[in-house]
Design a protein around this ligand. Structure first.
Ligand SMILES: [Zn+2]
Ligand SMILES: [Zn+2]
Length: 100
């Protein structure tokens, strides 16, 4: 499966924050987050806040998203959202790698 190569802020498409979807630092939603003191951080905020910590484990966000082409799909996982599985416009958009 294709994986996004960049981190993308997707907050305006979020339908469910999930357990670890939202970065505690910047409040945005990213592909993966690391838990620290029971709070999630994106890679950028984590490296700023804990520069000495290089062993953090980043795991995939469990937030849910709605289709950014408004086809009506909701509850898309990050992978489904990124790949645009719900409709052709979304798939084509992602295929062009125009990522937010
Ligand atoms: Zn952040
Ligand atoms: Zn769609």
């Amino acid at each position: 499966m294709k994986k996004p190569t960049v981190q993308v802020g997707l907050d305006k498409y979020v339908t469910d924050h999930g357990e670890r979807g939202q970065c505690f630092g910047c409040k945005s939603f990213f592909y993966d987050t690391a838990l620290m003191n029971s709070q999630s951080y994106c890679r950028l905020c984590f490296s700023k806040k804990f520069p000495e910590n290089s062993t953090a484990i980043f795991e995939k966000s469990d937030a849910k998203f709605h289709c950014f082409k408004e086809c009506g799909a909701r509850n898309l996982s990050f992978d489904q959202f990124i790949l645009g599985i719900c409709c052709d416009p979304a798939a084509n958009f992602v295929g062009n790698r125009i990522l937010f």
